[in-house]
Design a protein around this ligand. Structure first.
Ligand SMILES: CC(=O)N[C@@H]1[C@@H](OP(=O)(O)OP(=O)(O)OC[C@H]2O[C@@H](n3ccc(=O)[nH]c3=O)[C@H](O)[C@@H]2O)O[C@H](CO)[C@@H](O)[C@@H]1O
Length: 368
């Protein structure tokens, strides 16, 4: 076997861990050496999200400090990753999505001349202020990456419009679908619940100040119907008092962040999803669970085209109208409840690993 350099995978948050776990496994299946480096942006959740995939990080940089600003985190992450990458120079650095950790990994690698592969490249809201800082991060990462793994043809078109050459882009599907399929296979059959499940998550930075109270008030009112139960796992990035009105509301279960397999079980059992999460829009679309997106826009037009999601924004009245319709009108619900493969077919990680394998071996082949 040809000996090749290692792949360094940089992971900051839970969604990066979930979406990169299938890539780690696919690279290992091709016998490529992989090192997983956590920045600690989500101190425990990234480690916990990797565990069900049988993956342990090689290093945790433990970079979070109380009250740390985004600028401080970016600076500390670039410094720490530069040090690590200088000591053990990998053949490629792999980053995913739109987090501060992903941006820092791309900056550190690029400054050292190490090629960067960007998983989930090309998503755009075309508004740098929302989602913030994610739109800014992913746009900057596109400037730094050598290889762009676009999940969809739409994401590829966005990259092409920014001048990225076609040969640097591979359309792969989103790796979240790989993670979802793999996890669904491990779950026991779920017991049927008497009330329909409304699964909700909230954490977007730009929603926190003004929109959270509106959305939460809508959730309390939905739960008051009695024929549903609202389940909301908290996000550790949000101060717990933001969720306060839900603590005492009837038919609401406010719970700590759920382990990924438990959350997937809840997704699969849900009648309706209300969320500002990106990954959950994708998972819901793959499962065919009607979803109300409590954001002004989505960088995932595919979930709207597939018909599984509607953007309702953050006003209480709009959320209540849409939720009531989907809870009362079976035809409306059925028209959205169709599983879609637009986001991915479950083979994204295989495509990513194969392309990286080819790149590595092409680089080692002597010129003709
Ligand atoms: C702007 C934007 O949309 N950016 C996204 C953002 O992430 P997000 O909005 O998707 O973040 P979350 O909602 O925190 O995570 C969701 C994941 O967590 C699982 N989950 C959830 C609750 C729980 O209790 N237990 C769990 O296991 C759930 O199944 C899902 O897979 O960053 C990613 C990284 O770069 C990007 O890819 C992605 O574009």
């Amino acid at each position: 076997m040809v000996s090749v350099g290692a792949m360094k995978i940089v992971i900051g948050t839970r969604p990066e861990a979930i979406k990169l776990a299938p890539v780690v496994l696919a690279l290992r299946a091709l016998h490529l050496p992989v090192r997983v480096c956590l920045t600690g942006q989500h101190p425990e959740m990234a480690t916990e999200a990797l565990a069900p995939f049988g993956i342990e990080a090689d290093v945790n940089l433990d970079l979070m400090r109380p009250g740390q600003s985004l600028a401080e985190l970016t600076q500390r992450a670039v410094d720490a990753l530069t040090l690590r990458l200088t000591c053990k120079q990998p053949a490629w650095v792999i980053v995913q999505g739109d987090t501060t950790s992903a941006l820092a990994g791309a900056i550190a690698a690029r400054q050292l001349g190490i090629p960067v592969a960007h998983v989930e490249a090309g998503l755009r809201s075309f508004d740098l202020s929302q989602p913030y800082p994610e739109e800014l991060n992913r746009t900057l990462i596109a400037q730094l990456a050598t290889l762009h793994f676009a999940p969809t043809p739409g994401a590829e078109a966005n990259l092409r419009a920014e001048g990225v050459p076609g040969k640097a882009i591979e359309v792969t599907g989103n790796t979240v679908v790989d993670a979802l399929h793999r996890t669904l296979q491990t779950l026991p059959a779920a017991p049927r619940s008497k009330r329909r499940l409304v699964l909700a998550t909230l954490h977007r930075r730009e929603n926190r100040e003004t929109a959270f109270p509106e959305i939460i008030s809508a959730l309390v009112e939905i739960a008051a119907r009695r024929d549903v139960e609202v389940l909301l796992p908290r996000h550790p990035g949000c101060p717990p008092d933001m969720y306060a009105p839900l603590k005492t509301a009837p038919n609401v279960r406010l719970v700590p962040p759920m382990p990924y397999p438990d959350f997937v079980a809840a997704l699969a059992a849900a009648h309706l999803i209300i969320t500002d999460s990106g990954g959950i829009q994708e998972e819901a679309s793959a499962l065919g669970i009607p979803t109300l997106v409590v954001r002004a826009l989505t960088e995932r037009p595919e979930v709207i085209e597939a018909g599984t999601a509607i953007i309702v924004d953050t006003a209480k009245s709009g959320i209540l109208t849409a939720a009531t319709r989907l809870l009362d009108d079976d035809t409306a619900h059925r028209s959205m409840a169709n599983a879609s493969t637009r986001i991915g077919d479950g083979k994204a990680a295989e495509r990513i690993a194969r392309r990286l394998y080819d790149e590595l071996h092409a680089a080692r082949r002597p010129a003709a």
